[in-house]
Design a protein around this ligand. Structure first.
Ligand SMILES: NC(=O)c1ccc[n+]([C@@H]2O[C@H](COP(=O)([O-])OP(=O)(O)OC[C@H]3O[C@@H](n4cnc5c(N)ncnc54)[C@H](O)[C@@H]3O)[C@@H](O)[C@H]2O)c1
Length: 308
């Protein structure tokens, strides 16, 4: 079978590519390398370059590669950037996604597996956050992710293009860039491995639902055959505080980092944990990797010099 992975040179996308190749798929990748890296990519994948905002170029890729299934991950992924430049966020995340859907429709793609986000929920009313929770994003990033979900629904109704939208919690693991504004685990793991101090915002009691990237890739593949027209949470279903992350990282690395505490980020969600029973029901997927196990693998990757 042939898959097209948009954003396939990125953190999560490259793990989706690896798993597809491992399962015998042919894989083509569209990625403008704005945050992704070619070295993340297995050489067996056909790298097409390209930009999802370039409708004509994208159509040419679909013509040539004729994918049966599309995994759409290409995106502007930073919520804070979406506050600074909301129109740019919307161009990449919304217009780019519509371009992908139009290509899928025109070229008879069977199914789209879309990388959505728990950012569509905004501030949780109660925990765990189930798929029935109010959709009330608090960042433009969450608005664009939510809008794409609506388009997916419309394309399924109008054109019979099947989809699954996976609403990820906080994904972490090898190949996540901790040198930019990556997730807290990537940044802290990176700094601890370099013996640098950690900048902790707030009291560290804020919690997140951390899910290991290889399990997220597995959910993407399961969504090819299961979960028609569904919006599904993909998380561990557990809360882990930032302080717990720091102590686990320091135990696993054998280093006690200097922690510099600063003021909490205004408007930051205090606690997050996803309800994950629907993914189990629909995909037969659930997270089994503990945060400790996932952190160990992430630290090993860092210690090996970030290689494939
Ligand atoms: N990492 C997380 O915790 C998380 C959580 C929720 C949702 N997501 C979603 O998962 C997807 C993958 O995120 P990631 O964490 O791997 O980030 P990433 O930045 O590593 O991956 C995004 C990829 O898309 C590419 N890209 C960006 N704009 C593009 C464009 N216009 N055309 C073509 N390629 C483009 C980038 O070069 C990069 O390779 C995104 O859709 C993101 O919104 C991630």
């Amino acid at each position: 079978m042939k898959a097209l992975v948009t954003g396939g040179a990125g953190f999560i996308g490259s793990h989706v590519v690896d798993l597809l190749l491992e399962r015998g798929w042919e894989v083509a990748v569209v990625d403008n390398l704005s945050t992704g890296r070619e070295e993340n990519l297995d050489k067996r994948a056909v790298f097409c370059g390209g930009d999802v905002c370039d409708a004509v170029g994208l159509d040419a890729v679909f013509c040539r590669e004729k994918p049966e299934v599309v995994f759409h991950l290409a995106a502007q992924t930073n919520a804070r950037t979406s506050l600074k430049v909301p129109a740019e966020d919307a161009v990449t995340n919304l217009v780019g996604s519509i371009n992908v859907l139009e290509c899928c429709r025109r070229h008879g793609v069977r199914k789209v597996v879309y990388s959505s986000s728990c950012a569509v929920y905004g501030v949780p009313v109660g925990l765990p956050v189930k798929e029935t929770h109010l959709l009330a994003p608090v960042f433009p990033y969450g608005c664009s992710k939510r809008a794409v979900e609506d388009y997916l629904w419309v394309y399924r109704e109008l054109y019979g293009l099947d989809f699954v939208a996976l609403r990820y919690a906080n994904v972490y693991g090898p190949r996540q860039d901790g040198r930019g504004e990556g997730g807290v685990i990537a940044v802290f793991a990176d700094r601890i491995s370099e013996g640098a101090a950690l900048e902790l915002k707030g009291d560290g009691l804020q919690t997140r639902d951390f899910v290991f990237v290889k399990e997220v890739a597995e959910a993407n593949l399961l969504a090819v055959e299961r979960g028609s027209g569904k919006f599904l949470n993909i998380g561990s279903g557990k809360e882990t505080s930032v302080n717990e992350v720091v102590s686990l990282l320091s135990r696993l690395s054998g280093r006690v980092p200097e922690v510099r505490r600063g003021p909490a980020v205004k408007g930051e969600v205090r606690r997050m944990c996803l309800g994950v029973s629907l993914a189990k029901e629909e995909l037969g997927w659930s997270s089994r990797v503990s945060v400790e196990g996932g952190l160990l693998e992430t630290m090993e990757w860092l210690n090996k010099g970030r290689g494939r």
